[in-house]
Design a protein around this ligand. Structure first.
Ligand SMILES: NC(=O)C1=CN([C@@H]2O[C@H](COP(=O)(O)OP(=O)(O)OC[C@H]3O[C@@H](n4cnc5c(N)ncnc54)[C@H](O)[C@@H]3O)[C@@H](O)[C@H]2O)[C@@H](O)CC1
Ligand SMILES: Nc1ncnc2c1ncn2[C@@H]1O[C@H](COP(=O)(O)OP(=O)(O)O)[C@@H](O)[C@H]1O
Ligand SMILES: [K+]
Length: 501
């Protein structure tokens, strides 16, 4: 698991590294500059004209160090320093080291609109993690010019003006790429910050490994290695009973497709047996579309109303295409009154819980809820920003002793203990109807095979996104449809298992 740390934690790590490695503060800055430059030179050749915009703090100090290193590699570099604020010691040290290499262009007033016209690339080193209030005045004016520049904008550590652990206000640099030191910052995972962060990249600056390991956090992001460790190979003498019997309660008149997508994904996720409960109208369709599954037929024609029995199923997945008819609400009530094993709850099943809140408290411990942001809002109420939403998500997971998965780019998975795991696979091609139904199927299939709820959620969300990435590699984002995720799920399993699936 890769940690996401707060600015305060990173500051502590910086100080600890300086004291215990030991390394001089300026040498740590030198390492940060070198890490940035190594990243940068792989992506820009010396024909590109570079502008570096510096503040007078340590982020600005980085900018000056980067300028020196790029000049030594024969890049054409112009350095601007925005006046104001007491320069830090390391900024001063790097200013001295730069003397004679380049003349610093000081900015004391609103710069002309043409200021960055001669730059192919603007490196933003105005402010980093030291930001303590919204940027305004001269800083806002410079940022306006940076954002208007027809150049590739690259931020050092964080885009200037963006707060790493809290909602941001004021002027913020809109970087296309952010090269961040050692660990990603929480703000990078939120949709509202995407216009500022662009694509983020992590470079290692060698902060103290021991303390990095010991630093506690509630926030992680998921890598291929973490997922590989959670995946379980099938045993030689196993049989279909080993892999659970899932019940999928899905589909209504006009929405049998949702049941098909979830069912197909469930089977491809490796479940032993699958029964789908669906209204009469869905029966013939499902038997043809998913011959591997058994079908339990509801007495009602168009929507589900009565589940004969929930006994004997290892897991219930409920929601895709379900509808919210009164009879369906009654059925949900009955399920929640009788079934005590973990469930996967999605789509209309979540909307039913939101509209009948007494049912919410009956969700079996260890369940997985998979709302998209709108469904989450119905469940947990409106929030002013994504930081607040994340806190509510942790609260809901704790309250229900369940895993809450809020879907989107960087889907967030919250454990019952309130720990958050951000998924890193997936792409905008997946923003198309039915992809959520596929996820419900995958998660239900994994839970049936006695993965823990948290492992099922982390592995399942990762596989789902990876299937999307592999599909996109062949088909492109625009043409991706939900069925493609099912088609590419086997390839995703193969990749996660290191070819052993
Ligand atoms: N040893 C270290 O601490 C290292 C720090 N590094 C760099 O240092 C950065 C942090 O540096 P600093 O802590 O000096 O902070 P910044 O360079 O981000 O900001 C400088 C100063 O600006 C002032 N300021 C904050 N908000 C302002 C506002 N709205 N208007 C005007 N002034 C404002 C504050 O007094 C702050 O200390 C990191 O992001 C990273 O780039 C790296 O060089 C790695 C090592
Ligand atoms: N831009 C994106 N990047 C990564 N994943 C995405 C993106 N947009 C959507 N997805 C994924 O696609 C799925 C959409 O689910 P959902 O909103 O429930 O759709 P539906 O109800 O149509 O099935 C989620 O798993 C989500 O994480
Ligand atoms: K910056």
């Amino acid at each position: 698991m890769t940690k996401i740390l707060t600015t305060d934690q990173i500051r502590t790590l910086d100080a600890y590294t300086i004291q215990h490695e030991p390394v001089a503060s300026i040498d740590l800055m030198e390492r940060a500059c070198r890490a940035f430059v190594e990243w940068f030179i792989k992506r820009a050749d010396t024909s590109r004209r570079i502008g570096i915009v510096c503040g007078t703090g340590n982020n600005g100090g980085d900018g000056l160090g980067i300028a020196r290193m790029l000049l030594a590699r024969h890049y054409t570099v112009t350095v601007w320093v925005v006046e104001g604020g007491k320069p830090t010691a390391d900024f001063e040290a790097n200013r001295t080291r730069l003397l004679g290499n380049v003349i610093l262009q000081m900015i004391a007033d609103t710069p002309p609109s043409t200021i960055f016209d001669t730059c192919d690339i603007v490196i933003d080193a105005l402010f980093g993690s030291g930001l303590s209030r919204p940027l305004e005045g001269i800083y806002a004016a410079v940022i306006e010019r940076i954002n208007a520049a027809a150049a590739w904008r690259v931020a050092v550590d964080v885009p200037s003006g963006l707060r790493a652990d809290a909602p941001s206000q004021g002027a913020i640099v809109q970087a296309q790429d952010t090269v961040s030191f050692q660990v990603p910052k929480l703000a990078f995972f939120f949709a509202s910050n995407a216009p500022y962060v662009g694509t983020w990249h992590i470079v290692d600056i060698g902060l103290h490994k021991g303390l990095l390991q010991d630093t506690e956090t509630d926030h992680y992001y998921v890598s291929n290695d973490d997922v590989h460790r959670r995946w379980k190979p099938r045993a030689r003498f196993s049989h279909k009973g080993t892999y659970g019997h899932a019940l999928l309660v899905a589909g209504s008149y006009g929405k049998t497709g949702a049941a098909i997508l979830a069912a197909r994904a469930l089977l491809r996720a490796g479940v032993g047996l699958l029964t789908i409960h669906t209204p009469v109208r869905g029966y013939a369709i499902l038997q043809q579309a998913v011959p591997e599954a058994m079908v339990s037929i509801d007495p009602f024609e168009e929507y589900a109303s009565t589940l004969p029995s929930s006994d004997g199923y290892s897991v219930i997945g409920v929601g895709p295409g379900l509808g919210q008819a009164d009879a369906t609400v009654k059925m949900m009530r009955k399920i929640l009154e009788t079934y005590r094993k973990p469930m996967v709850i999605d789509a209309d099943a979540l909307n039913i819980l939101a509209a009948h809140r007494e049912l919410l408290l009956r969700v079996p411990a260890g369940s997985i809820l998979t709302p998209h942001p709108k469904e989450f809002e119905r469940l947990a109420g409106k929030t002013a920003n994504e930081f607040e939403r994340l806190e509510k998500q942790k609260e809901l997971a704790r309250q229900l002793k369940s895993v809450v998965v809020v879907k989107g780019a960087y889907t967030s998975i919250t454990s019952p203990g309130g720990v958050v795991y951000f998924n890193t696979t997936g792409n905008p091609g997946m923003a198309t109807g039915g992809t959520g139904d596929v996820l419900t199927g995958i998660l239900t299939g994994l839970l049936a095979q006695s993965y823990t709820s948290l492992d099922a959620a982390i592995l399942g969300v990762y596989l789902h996104g990876l299937a999307g990435d592999l599909a996109t590699h062949d088909l492109g984002e625009d043409s991706l449809v939900a069925s493609d995720l099912v088609t590419y799920l086997p390839a995703a399993f193969l990749k996660v298992s290191g070819g052993k699936s």
